[in-house]
Design a protein around this ligand. Structure first.
Ligand SMILES: *Cc1c(COP(=O)(O)O)cnc(C)c1O
Length: 391
């Protein structure tokens, strides 16, 4: 099997599993208790909190553990909207956010908030002038993703943060794809809230965190016990948090070497596809791009069919096409960068890890060439196109 869907989730690293195991077996104490079995758990949770805070240039007290990226996005946006509603009811985001952000904004629109969805250019970048122009006296929150999960484009986060800071507006970023892949400093980038999820960086599924800058007013997300400074009640997911800490420690330690290797593999894969397959193009920005993201559109092809045929060859990939996402519309991200419906339907996302090899990618491209040829040979649209070209 060749796994090229690391934007969907990653393999839990063996050293992460290793770090988690004792907290299932001998160290099962509840962190809220006062005997040493419990305090050992509390210590482990706070050790992970410290590792994560250090990775962001934040303080330990600003890291709140959650059940993942979606929960962190929901919490940041809904709670900030509620806390600052007295000041205004306008929120700015983009058209290419993850559904955890987009659907949360749509929910708020039904509850008396106004949301501006910024356009992006052909590469997926927002326009800072458009952002500035969208700011109003009643704007309370700007939420822009750090890096896009489909096309890999990295947004100008430090500049957005500077604009938000200058205007006195809260700035939240969904950094689920970026954390562990790109260096992040919440002070230098003027980030007030940041969402992350462990399973996107070789940690376990079902655990995330929200960074909340000290001084940001925000209501509690889960009411109950005093866990997470009373803002997110419930007995801590100790094993998950320990795994998250180990994953972040690993991600920071290996970032330079790992992303260098991924970038080389990425560019090799892009080059082979571009030069060896006709009527296709790269989606997303060429350089302001996640080290492991490759996204192509192939004309005259259904992404869905490509995925099925790749799967038969043992290759796991993803598409911006319809059915996979459970809806009939193609990816909102690909439409936002200006693709036509049929172009978005013919897209393929390949997201690498440092474990992939050049040999694997050679095999993938060889298979892909045959698959594209085969699918096009069955396409009446392609037949018409060829006839017209010959005429
Ligand atoms: C995966 C992802 C999420 C959701 O994270 P979960 O932990 O799966 O809830 C949110 N935003 C982005 C950009 C993602 O890639």
């Amino acid at each position: 099997m060749i796994y090229l869907d690391n934007a969907a989730t990653t393999k839990t690293a063996p050293e992460v599993v290793e770090a988690m195991l004792p907290y299932f077996t001998e160290n099962y104490g509840n962190p809220s208790t006062i005997y040493s079995l419990g305090t050992a758990s509390k210590k482990a949770v706070n050790q992970a909190r410290k590792t994560i805070a250090d990775a962001l240039g934040a303080n330990m007290e600003e890291i709140y553990f959650t059940a993942g990226g979606s929960e962190s996005d929901n919490w940041a946006i809904k709670a900030a909207a509620e806390a600052y509603a007295g000041k205004g009811r306008h929120i700015i985001t983009t058209k290419i956010e993850h559904h955890a952000v987009l659907h949360t904004c749509q929910y708020l629109e039904k509850h008396g908030f106004e949301v501006t969805y910024l356009d992006v250019d052909r590469d997926g970048l927002i326009d800072l002038e458009q952002l500035k122009a969208a700011i109003r006296p009643d704007t309370i929150l700007i939420t822009v993703m750090f890096a896009n999960n489909e096309i890999g484009t990295i947004e100008p986060i430090a500049q957005i943060g500077a604009i938000a800071k200058e205007r006195g507006i809260l700035f939240h970023t969904d950094a689920v794809q970026a954390f562990g892949q790109v260096p992040i400093n919440v002070d230098e980038m003027h980030i007030d809230m940041l969402s992350s999820s462990a399973h996107k960086l070789n940690g376990p599924k079902g655990v995330g965190f929200l960074y909340i800058r000290k001084g940001v007013k925000i209501r509690s997300f889960v009411h109950g016990g005093a866990q997470e400074r009373s803002r997110r009640a419930g007995t801590e997911n100790v094993t998950g948090i320990v795994g998250f800490g180990a994953a972040v420690e690993r991600a920071v330690r290996t970032m330079e070497e790992r992303t260098k290797k991924e970038t080389e593999l990425r560019d090799y894969l892009i080059h082979r596809i571009e030069t060896e397959i006709d009527h296709c193009w790269l989606n997303g920005h060429r350089t302001s791009r996640l080290p492991n993201n490759v996204n192509f559109s192939f004309l005259f092809i259904e992404g869905e069919s490509m995925l099925i045929m790749l799967d038969m060859k043992g290759i796991c990939a993803s598409s911006g096409s319809a059915c996979t996402s459970g809806s009939l519309d193609p990816s909102h991200v690909l439409l936002a960068i200006g693709l036509k419906h049929e172009e978005a339907h013919g897209s393929l996302r390949l997201t690498l890890s440092e474990e992939n090899t050049k040999e694997e990618l050679d095999y993938v491209v060889d298979q892909l060439k045959q698959i594209v040829e085969r699918l096009r040979s069955m396409s009446p649209l392609y037949e018409d196109f060829v006839k017209k070209q010959q005429a």
